[in-house]
Write a protein that binds this ligand. Structure first.
Ligand SMILES: Cc1cc2nc3c(=O)[nH]c(=O)nc-3n(C[C@H](O)[C@H](O)[C@H](O)COP(=O)(O)OP(=O)(O)OC[C@H]3O[C@@H](n4cnc5c(N)ncnc54)[C@H](O)[C@@H]3O)c2cc1C
Length: 394
């Protein structure tokens, strides 16, 4: 315990000394996120300084082993670091699907050569990854995927189409599910493979969301040649890797339920609507909704803490991330509904400098996708019914 207290003191002092003041404010726009990658651009000098300091300290991914570019922290130390960063309001220095999705799968299923090749490039922000799972006829029923990988000596030749591939047009590499044995049952015969998006035969076509932004793409593979050595896990056993990765993806997405909008909703509402003589929000209905929301938000934070502690103790349930994904994303959608109600008429402003080009309504519309991406709410509830509650008929 004394060691942990020392670690906390030292971490706090280091963060205080090294986190630029501009990186201690809430993230309010896409530019506030640094994704890394071959074509990475920093949106500000403080963002660059913060990323580089954290990278050099090994704290872009504090809990990964040092030999793969991580910080080598154990579970308790990583938790303390998270708490201290939250206390300071420090932004994550690097966000990437490499950290939240591929990395955990590589640590469990990758060969030593694959770990040494890919993990340090993730922690150093050198390579940006995208996820090639969904296809036009394989979303919730992912195992129906049809993208083919045919054997050709030491390589596979990949043909097919993915859809909803987030940031595929900015990504350097893709982790992709392909069918390597069309004769096998649908969950068998799938492989999990990695390749460079700059490979000959890969192309992307952006798709617009209702927010007017285009964060994702259709992705096409036309005779893309990929070495068999790039398969993670065993050939035809990719479903195991895919499911494991989904657990991490869902846990990561559930985190959006804990992320606020920078200021308490009650304060935002009071600015737009006003307060009564006792300093309370001058709209009893909205006041009640915000209070209920804040209680649910606290409940999610407590459940997340419990999930982390159980996982650390080796007692985590593999399907619990689905419960968290469901709750966290539904909560985030409620948060933005309230934010719109709290903003009064100004919240609808769509195109103007004052509204930062409609940052609020666009963020609100973006949240509508939260309960679809990474698996829909209906599918999450199905998993909870079957695998956690063991309900009859599920
Ligand atoms: C913003 C965003 C980003 C995304 N990013 C990526 C990405 O980077 N990579 C990637 O591979 N995919 C990505 N996706 C795709 C996402 O994983 C799929 O949209 C999702 O799995 C649902 O699949 P679908 O869209 O094909 O819908 P469908 O599976 O066709 O579902 C349609 C409707 O039927 C319901 N339904 C389907 N099956 C069941 C069932 N068994 N029980 C009850 N209801 C059911 C669903 O809940 C839904 O309401 C992204 C999606 C979004 C919205």
């Amino acid at each position: 315990m004394a060691d942990l207290e020392t670690f906390r003191r030292e971490a706090r002092a280091w963060l205080e000394a090294n986190c630029p003041p501009e990186m201690r404010t809430p993230m309010t726009s896409e530019e506030d996120t640094f994704w890394g990658g071959r074509h990475a651009k920093f949106s500000s000098e403080p963002q660059r300084i913060w990323f580089e300091r954290m990278r050099d300290k090994g704290w872009t991914v504090p809990h990964w082993p040092k030999e793969y570019g991580g910080g080598g922290l154990d579970g308790e130390e990583a938790k303390i670091l998270r708490q201290e960063m939250a206390e300071l309001g420090a932004r994550p220095p690097l966000t990437s699907f490499g950290i939240s999705m591929l990395g955990p799968a590589l640590l469990k299923y990758g060969t030593e050569a694959q770990k040494r090749e890919h993990l340090p490039k993730i922690t150093a922000g050198l390579i940006r990854w995208c996820q090639g799972y969904s296809e036009p006829n394989a979303g919730s029923d992912l195992a129906s995927l049809q993208t083919r990988a045919e054997s050709d000596g030491d390589d596979f030749i990949i043909n097919g189409q993915k859809i909803w591939t987030s940031y595929a047009n900015y990504a350097d590499w893709i982790f992709c599910l392909v069918r390597t044995d069309p004769a096998a049952k649908k969950h068998d015969g799938i492989s999990f493979i990695l390749f460079d998006m700059a490979s000959k035969g890969v192309s992307t076509k952006p798709i617009l969301l209702i927010s007017g932004r285009s964060p994702f793409c259709e992705t096409f593979f036309d005779n893309v040649r990929v070495p068999k050595a790039h398969v993670v896990g065993q050939i035809n056993r990719g479903w195991d890797v895919a499911k494991y990765l989904l657990q991490h993806e869902r846990a990561m997405i559930s985190g959006m339920g804990e992320r606020g909008v920078g200021r308490p909703l009650g304060q935002i509402a009071a600015d737009a609507i006003g307060s009564d003589g006792q300093g309370r929000l001058d709209d009893a209905l909205l006041r009640g909704q915000i209070a209920t929301f804040e209680v649910d938000e606290a409940a999610l934070a407590a459940a997340a803490e419990r999930m982390t502690d159980l996982a650390k103790a080796g007692q985590g349930h593999p399907a619990f991330s689905s419960a968290m994904k469901y709750y966290g994303t539904e909560l985030n959608k409620r948060r933005y509904e309230l934010l719109m109600s709290a903003g009064g008429i100004d919240a609808l402003e769509w195109e103007s400098t004052r509204s930062r080009e409609g940052a609020r309504p666009r963020a609100w519309l973006r949240t509508k996708a939260n309960s679809i991406e990474g698996g829909t709410s209906e599918v999450m509830l199905g998993i909870v019914a079957k695998r956690i509650l063991d309900l009859p008929g599920a």
